[in-house]
Design a protein around this ligand. Structure first.
Ligand code: TYD
Ligand code: MG
Length: 461
C-alpha cells in the first residue's frame, strides 16, 4: 500500500480539506487552513478480518425486531421525529441562540422521565442554572440527572458507563475532545465530538439529542459535517420578537421531512399549537378585502405568507403606489396585467401592498396571490380564508409553473387550507396520492382570469 501522509489541512469554518497548506481557505475565504491528523480510519485496517463471512442475504435478516420509539409528550415534536424518538438515533436540534432549544429539551424530560432515565449534559449552564430553569418549566422528574461538562471524551465514557435511556447534549459548540487542538465550536471539534456521540449512541443503543447553534446565515456552525452524520436534523425557527416557533425536519432517517411542529413560547416554556391554521388565521383580518395567502419556499422550507393589498381613492394628482416586502416592479407589472389583460383599472387609485410579518419575498410563486389580493382590494370582494394560491403570473396573464408544488400542497394541507390554486402545467408532475387525497382540493388554473373566477365564483363560507 502506498505510504499514507499523516497530516493534512482543513478549514475550521467550512471543512474544506487539502493535503497541502494553501493559506486562506480557497472555498470560503474565512480564514487559514489548520493542520489536522489524517483520519484514523485508514490505520484501523491493519487488524484484517474476513468480511465475506459477514455478508447476509436480505431475506436472512430478521426484521421482527420492533423499532422502539419513545414518545416525548409533545405530539408536535413526535410528529417531526416521525412518530417519536427512535432508539439509538442521534437527533440534532438546530436553531438560533435563544430560540428555545434548551427549553424544549428540558421540557420533554418531564414526560420522558416518567419511564426512562435521562442524562442531561450541558456545556453552557451549571447544574443549578438548569435546575432554576427546570423549576420554572415545572420539570422535576426523579429520573432526570444533570451534568455540567464540556469534555466530550468523558461525556461519551460516562454515557457508556451509566447507560441512561436517553441522553441530551447541550450544545455541540461547547464540547471539546482531546484529539484535536482547535477551539470549541470549530468544525474539527464539532465533527470529532459528533463522531464520539454517534458511536456511543450506536453501540449502546441510546438515543441522543444534540443541540447545535445556528449562526446568522442560517447554517449550523460546523454545519454540513454534522447534518450528514446524524440521523435526524430538526431546525427551530421563529422571530425572537414573536412568540411562535416552528420546528422543521430537514433530514430524517426514520420519517418524513415534510412535517413541521408549531409551538408558542410562553412564560412557562413552550406550548404546542394544536391547530396551526387557527393560529395562522387568528391574526388575519376577518371579512377584509385585499388579503390572499400563498406558500413560498425559503431555502428548502415552505413558508406561508399573507399578502395584503389596500386600494383606495387617491388624494393626489399622481396616485401613490407602495410595496413592502415585495419588489415594487413586480407589483407594477401585476397591476398592468390586471389592467391590460383583464380590464380592471387601477387608474386614479392608490395601491399599497404588504407582506404580513415583515417577510421579504422574491419568489415569483407568490404572484398569483398578489394578483388575487389586488383584485380583491379593487373590487372589495373577499377571498375565503381557506384558499391559498401559488403560481407565477406571466405578462400575458397566464399562470406559469413553479417549483416544488407538492411540498407547497403538503404544507398548505398541514396548515389547514381547504383549497389550493396551482398552475395547470404543474399537475402532470404531481404524485397520484397527492392529487387523490381529499383534505385539500387542488384546483389547476391556466390563467389569471380562471384563477379569479375560481376564487370569487360563488359565495365562499
Ligand atoms: P433557550 O431554550 O435558552 O434557547 P436556546 O437554548 O435555543 O439558546 O431559550 C431562551 C429564551 O426563551 C429566552 O429568551 C427566554 C425565553 N423563555 C421564555 O420565554 N419562557 C420560558 O419559560 C423560558 C424557559 C424561556
Ligand atoms: Mg440553550
Amino acid at each position: 500500500m502506498a505510504k499514507q501522509k499523516s497530516v493534512g489541512y482543513e478549514c475550521p469554518y467550512c471543512g474544506y480539506t487539502s493535503i497541502k497548506w494553501l493559506g486562506v481557505c480557497p472555498q470560503c475565504k474565512q480564514g487559514a487552513l489548520e493542520e489536522v491528523k489524517l483520519s484514523s480510519v485508514v490505520s484501523g485496517s491493519s487488524n484484517s478480518e474476513n468480511l465475506s463471512d459477514k455478508i447476509l442475504n436480505i431475506r436472512e435478516i430478521n426484521s421482527d425486531e420492533q423499532e422502539v420509539r419513545y414518545k416525548t409528550g409533545l405530539s408536535e415534536l413526535d410528529r417531526v421525529l416521525g412518530g417519536g424518538l427512535v432508539k439509538g438515533s442521534v437527533v440534532l436540534i438546530g436553531g438560533a441562540p435563544g430560540i428555545g432549544k434548551s427549553t424544549l429539551l428540558l421540557q420533554i424530560c418531564q414526560y420522558l422521565g416518567k419511564n426512562n432515565d435521562i442524562l442531561y449534559i450541558s456545556g453552557e449552564e451549571s447544574v443549578s442554572q438548569i435546575k432554576l430553569r427546570a423549576d420554572r418549566l415545572g420539570v422535576d422528574s426523579e429520573n432526570l440527572f444533570l451534568l455540567s461538562s464540556g469534555n466530550a471524551h468523558e461525556i461519551a465514557n460516562t454515557i457508556s458507563k451509566e447507560t441512561p435511556d436517553i441522553a441530551i447534549i447541550d450544545s455541540i459548540q461547547t464540547m471539546v475532545c482531546d484529539s484535536s487542538s482547535s477551539s470549541a465550536g470549530s468544525i474539527v471539534q464539532v465533527r470529532e465530538c459528533t463522531n464520539l456521540f454517534m458511536k456511543v449512541a450506536k453501540t449502546q443503543d441510546i438515543p441522543i439529542f444534540i443541540v447545535g447553534h445556528v449562526n446568522k446565515d442560517g447554517a449550523i456552525a460546523g454545519p454540513k459535517v454534522m447534518e450528514h452524520m446524524v440521523d435526524t436534523v430538526l431546525y427551530f425557527e421563529g422571530d425572537r420578537n414573536l412568540p411562535y416557533r416552528i420546528l422543521r425536519g430537514i433530514k430524517n432517517r426514520f420519517g418524513s421531512t415534510n412535517e413541521i411542529g408549531i409551538f408558542d413560547m410562553a412564560d412557562r416554556g413552550l406550548r404546542q399549537v394544536e391547530n396551526p391554521s387557527m393560529m395562522f388565521l387568528e391574526g388575519r383580518p376577518t371579512g377584509a378585502s385585499g388579503c390572499a395567502v400563498s406558500c413560498v419556499i425559503e431555502g428548502t422550507r415552505p413558508i406561508m405568507v399573507e399578502i395584503q393589498a389596500l386600494v383606495a381613492k387617491s388624494a393626489f394628482a399622481v396616485p401613490r403606489r407602495l410595496a413592502t416586502g415585495i419588489d415594487f416592479g413586480r407589483m407594477a407589472i401585476l397591476v398592468a396585467v390586471l389592467e391590460k389583460r383583464l380590464g380592471f383599472f387601477f387608474g386614479q387609485l392608490d395601491v399599497y401592498l404588504n407582506v404580513v410579518g415583515g417577510l421579504k419575498i422574491d419568489e415569483p410563486a407568490v404572484d398569483l396571490a398578489i394578483a388575487i389580493a389586488l383584485y380583491s382590494g379593487l373590487t372589495d370582494k373577499i377571498v375565503s380564508p381557506h384558499i391559498i394560491a401559488v403560481g407565477e403570473v406571466g405578462l400575458g396573464g397566464e399562470v406559469r409553473s413553479v417549483s416544488r408544488v407538492e411540498q407547497r400542497i403538503i404544507e398548505s394541507k398541514r396548515m389547514g387550507f381547504k383549497k389550493i390554486l396551482v398552475p395547470r402545467v404543474c399537475m402532470a408532475q404531481l404524485d397520484k396520492d397527492i392529487i387523490n387525497q381529499n383534505e385539500i382540493e387542488i384546483v389547476p388554473v391556466s390563467d389569471l382570469k380562471q384563477a379569479l373566477n375560481t376564487v370569487f365564483a360563488k359565495k365562499q363560507e
